[in-house]
Structure formats: C-alpha cells, structure tokens
Design a protein around this ligand. Structure first.
Ligand code: OGA
Ligand code: NI
Length: 347
C-alpha cells in the first residue's frame, strides 16, 4: 500500500506515484464526466461584458447585459476589468510555486477542518464525503486582510505581499460589480453592499494535478457556490464546465478575463430572479491546472433574505431569512453534489 502512494494526504503527491486512480476517487458509472456529452465552448455565446463601458454613456446598456446574463445563465465574463495583467500573471506564478514546494513544506499548512481560516486541504470535505475529488486547495480568508494575512504561508517569500495586493484589487472590482448588479435588479446602487453585514472575502488557490484516468473522477463535481458572487481566474488549461439548458458546456479560458459566477446568496437576495450557476471542474491526463476563485460573501452574522423591494403579491419571498453563518455551516456539513443547499432554505 505505501509504495502505491495511497497514504498521501494531498493528491498532488499521490498523482506523482500512481498509474491508476485509487478507488476512493472513482465515481459511480452514472456520475462521470462523460466528455463526449460535453458541448464545446463555441456552441453558445456567453456574455463578455466590457467593464470599461460601465463608466461611460453606455452604462445602462451594460447594466442590461448583466441583468440578462444573471437571469439566463447565472454567470458572465468580464474584460477591461482594471486588474493589471502583471498582477494576474503574478498570482498564478506564486500559486504554481506554492504547489511545487516540497511535500513537507506544503503540509505545514494542511488541515481537514473546514472552520479554519487558513488551510491547505484536498478534495472538498474529507471528513464527510464518500468519493474524493482530484483537487488540492489552499483556502484563505482575506477580508479584513489584517486579521488573516499573518497566518498565510510565508513560503514562497513574496506570497503574502503578492496575494494580499491581489485580494485588495479584487475587492475593489467586486464592489464595482455589486453596484452594477444592484442597479440591474432595479435597486439602489449600494443596496447589495449594505445588506451583507460587514462583508467577507475568501479565496481558494485550486491545484488540479494531471490525472491518469480523468474519465473516472472530477476535479470538483457539480455544485453552486454558497457565497454571494465568485470572481474566477483560471489558467490556460480547460476544465471548467457550466450547466446550461440541461447540458454541460465547456467554458474554456480566455486570457485576461474573469468569470463572474452568481452564488447562492445572490439568488436569495434577488428573490430567485438571478440563478446561482451549476458548475464543475474536470481534470486531464497531461497538464496540471490552476484556478483562483475569489469568493465574496456576507459576514457570518449578516441576516440574509430576499430584498424587500423584490417582494410583491406576485413575487412572494422564495426563501426564509437566515444568518450567513447558518448557511455556511449547512453547506460545509453536506456533500458537494448530493443536494442543493439552497433548497433547504426555500419557503
Ligand atoms: C470552486 C470552483 C472551478 C474551477 O472552486 O468553487 O468552482 O474551475 N472552481 O476550478
Ligand atoms: Ni465553484
């Protein structure tokens, strides 16, 4: 057993030693990636929204595009977002360097406790899940930054500085998007930002090593994100898929764009108008893949429910009120793909 690498905590180290996927990663036949059924990226036109235009006379147009995308797809892409290319390349490079550190160095950050605010882990929740996923991830809480940055890895040496700058820039971009999304729902600009308590921001550095049998397992199975909105950066390796009109569609990388995913809290705030998008990540047998989601969220004590302005006689509240902390605990205590957390909060 030991020589086969089955005792490795991280799949990055396991992948280097196996020719076959160990049984704990193998999905039942009815639940496999089925790559022949996945539609190529170019079968659908996605909304690629030019954020530069938000500051000019065509703002109403852009707001309309955002509304359409959130109602129809639950996600959109953004370009001209103001995040410098060097910063994007920098956070990708530092992530790659982190996952290439020696196993013993990486394991200093390891934990299987989902309540820890800085931790390296694997799969989704190794304590509760029946089938594991071909992914390692470093999860960091990053707002307010000063509360967490001193727990972050200090190796590579520029990790804290570079990742902190990235987080701060991503927060600015998020706030701009929240204004636009509020407007797109017909709400005052500051409405969403004002209804999520003192705000929270987490990020994951996802690392998907090459997989000898990618048809048997997932990087991440089908899920929606439990937070408010996710700004996903991916490298040049395909792997992300979104669910659309009953089928899976590959969402292949476009350099210098972010994928903006509507999360469960936005679906609630919008009283079910905007859809939290179902998505998943598959792996491949030749190339490692990195993705870096920024998860923007309410603060734990924030009371979340449908916006009052969006409740009418014909639009009864679709969800009960809850604290984000209750939601988040429910999400992490379940399995990623077996039930939709959101449905547990429906009226
Ligand atoms: C996630 C996620 C997708 C990807 O981390 O929640 O959906 O492409 N990641 O890695
Ligand atoms: Ni996700």
């Amino acid at each position: 057993m030991s020589a086969s690498g089955h005792t490795k905590l991280l799949v990055t180290d396991l992948a280097a030693t196996v020719q076959q996927v160990p049984s704990r990663y193998v999905r039942p036949i009815s639940d496999r990636p089925n790559s022949s059924d996945v539609r190529p990226s170019n079968t659908y036109s996605f909304s690629v929204i030019d954020l530069h235009a938000l500051d000019g006379p065509s703002r109403p147009d852009v707001i309309y595009q955002i509304r359409r995308a959130c109602e129809r797809d639950g996600f959109f892409l953004v370009k001209n977002h103001g995040v410098p290319e060097e910063m994007i390349n920098g956070v990708m490079r530092i992530t790659r360097e982190f996952f290439r550190l020696p196993e013993s160095e990486r394991l200093k950050s390891y934990s299987d406790d989902p309540t820890k605010k800085t931790r390296l882990s694997t799969s989704f929740n190794v304590k509760t899940e029946k089938v594991a996923n071909w992914r390692d991830f470093l999860r960091l809480h990053c707002y307010p930054l000063h509360l967490y940055v001193d727990e972050w890895p200090s190796n590579p040496p520029s990790f804290r500085k570079e990742v902190a700058e990235y987080c701060t820039t991503m927060r600015q971009l998020t706030l701009k998007l929240l204004e636009a999304i509020s407007e797109s729902l017909g709400l005052p600009k500051d409405s969403i930002a004002n209804s999520i308590g003192s705000h929270g921001q987490h990020m994951a550095l996802n690392y998907y090593p090459p997989c000898p049998q990618p048809d048997l397992t997932y990087g991440l199975p089908c899920h929606t994100d439990p937070n408010l909105i996710t700004l996903l950066l991916q490298d040049q390796v395909p792997g992300l898929q979104v669910h659309r009109d009953g089928a899976w569609v590959a969402l292949n990388p476009i350099p210098n764009t972010f994928i903006i995913n509507i999360g469960d809290q936005m679906q609630v705030l919008s009283n079910d108008r905007y859809k939290s998008v179902l998505h998943r990540a598959v792996v491949n047998n030749s190339t490692e893949r990195i993705s870096i989601p920024t998860f923007y969220c309410p603060s734990p004590e924030a009371m979340i429910g449908p916006a009052k302005e969006l409740i009418h006689d014909e639009h009864r509240p679709a969800f009960r009120n809850f604290t984000y902390s209750e939601y988040y605990q429910t999400f992490w205590s379940g399995e990623l793909d077996t039930r939709r957390c959101l449905d547990l909060f429906r009226i």
